[in-house]
Write a protein that binds this ligand. Sequence first.
Ligand code: ADP
Ligand code: MG
Length: 679
Amino acid sequence: MTVSSNVQEKLSRLGIQNKLDLILHLPIRYEDETHLFPINDAPQGQVVQVEGIIIHSEVVTRPRRQFVCQVEDSSGILIMRFLNFYGNQIKTYAVGKRVRLLGEIRRGFFGTEMVHPKCRIVHEGELLADTMTPIYPTTAGLTQKILGKLIRKVLQDVHHVQVLVETLPDKIITKYRLAGFQDSIMCLHNPPPDVSVEALQARTHPAWRRIKFDELLAQQLSMRLHYRQRRSRCAPVLAKKNQSTNQFIEQLAFKLTAAQTKVSAEISRDLAAPYPMQRLLQGDVGSGKTIVAALAALQAIENGFQVAIMAPTEILAEQHFHKLSSWFDPLGIRVVWLSGSQKKKHKQAILDEIALGTAQLAVGTHALFQDQVLFHQLGLAIIDEQHRFGVHQRLALRMKGSQSDFVPHQLMMSATPIPRTLSMSYFADLDVSILDELPPGRAPIVTKLIADCRRDEIITRIQQACQQGKQVYWVCPLIEESETLQLQTAIETHESLSKIFPDLSIGLVHGRLPTQEKTEVMMCFKQGDIQLLVATTVIEVGVDVPNASLMVIENAERMGLSQLHQLRGRVGRGSEASICILMFQQPLSEIARKRLKIIFEHTDGFEIARQDLQLRGPGEFLGARQSGVPMLRFADLEQDDELLTAVQAAADEILNDYPELAQRHIERWLGDKTEYLRV
Ligand code: ADP
Ligand code: MG
């Protein structure tokens, strides 16, 4: 098949690179040219086809210039109107010609009408289409006609090409009641006249079900294969030794929640296995993930291995360092902190400790995976707020331990809950643990939406809160376009609030502050020396100051749902009833209104995440994953929930019983996309 480079360029704009792409370029809708309706009996409000003879035609000028024909069949007369028309149309649609029209019928004062129908001259008795006419999504300069022809050509050639060969074994097809692949593709491009158009549109038709099944299956198979490959590598066996663990749990100021105990057991079991753990620990903000990480670290350390804990911001890394030191120092465990801003000499000393193995737990930001950091014997890498890290960064840390033949275990933690359907699909290469319980005694957070014209009320509230000894966060607006502007806003907000509250001690923290100062400010806030902390979104993740119970977020309408949820999670960490005020600027866009409504109505991170998924699709959740994981084009995770469950079961069966078929199926859907259409 030859395609001009011009057409090829248009095709690639539609994401079409090869024959398979072409047959998977499915219609967005169909036109029904398989029936003819009598003019007087044709239903209104839907596209219908009628046929008749032109008995009158003229160009009228009132109320505006238009070309009008009368078309007659045995049942009645229809007026065909063209508001835009060419001279040759007047010639073509002359009196006496037989025409077939496709369009929507209106019955009004002037009789039965069709405005701008699709119209063509036919001979008497000309055959009707025997399938529905597909209408494809296309791009400027590529007509339906050309696109349709290219697709038809490939479909006619099916016997010569591999693209339509069945990849699934009969047993799976029967068990999951699937339509054949080739039949499904054929049906979607050229549905038979009696097809349920509604089912096609709603993508519930068996042909659609098959395409979506295959797509989900390819993703599932490839993720499960990754998972199996990792399992085939070696990791240190870190057996559970209860000695320091028990001592540690006993000295804690609180009792572990049932959920914490449960996920700790899951992790503990993984660590004791001879292959690397790949576990994602999900828990809402404030559910107490840090202690779970500490318990995992302890198990590795008790076995004589080192542990690295990586956090996405310096503030958070330092907070972890302090917390973990306070927990581990009494046990005689050496905890070190590595930061990008440390003095060279100091840093070298820490690097030496890490290389020698005397440092048993190293906490840090991405500084932890720079080349000069060499672990003596890394057994476990823990990544907090994993969605903030890129794939490469995570990989680099994991490789740190592989100077020996061992791959360290890996625990990823995330406070952005991933909706169940996402973890079943895009995260199917990980084991998932869920902390679905908050520590007891937390008073719920009250969320208030206040337009920023009512700033005065908020000022009064802050005053009152501080008088009662509470602490307050003021989060400055997110300015995505410019970090400098964002910084400037933060500084100005700090100044203006300092003027408004001359008696309060007010701090400022933002991403550009030198680490030393950041640390000091956060320490002061934690110790209560700062009453009001003005901050950019750097405090979004992880920061834990239980005495802070009021948060004001400026221009909340600019922020995403997970960001708002994270920020709000900075309060409500103590027993004090907390308030989060979302200030917004009017007018609100439709999407901003929806977001604010969701965050106002819900505090459960999973529910918020689920609604976020509906609102925005999976992109935001995936973050860096997007580049490494097969994306879905046809399946809809919410709508196809039931299918996803079937796919999971089928994937396991296929991997166990038909491994070569698995490869073939993956190749079809995810294989190299370089086989260009030969021109
Ligand atoms: P996350 O990282 O999941 O957002 P953290 O680990 O920062 O949450 O814990 C939030 C707060 O809850 C911390 O102050 C922590 O000490 C406290 N905490 C954790 N587990 C418990 C528990 N079982 N009982 C009471 N408080 C807890
Ligand atoms: Mg945390």
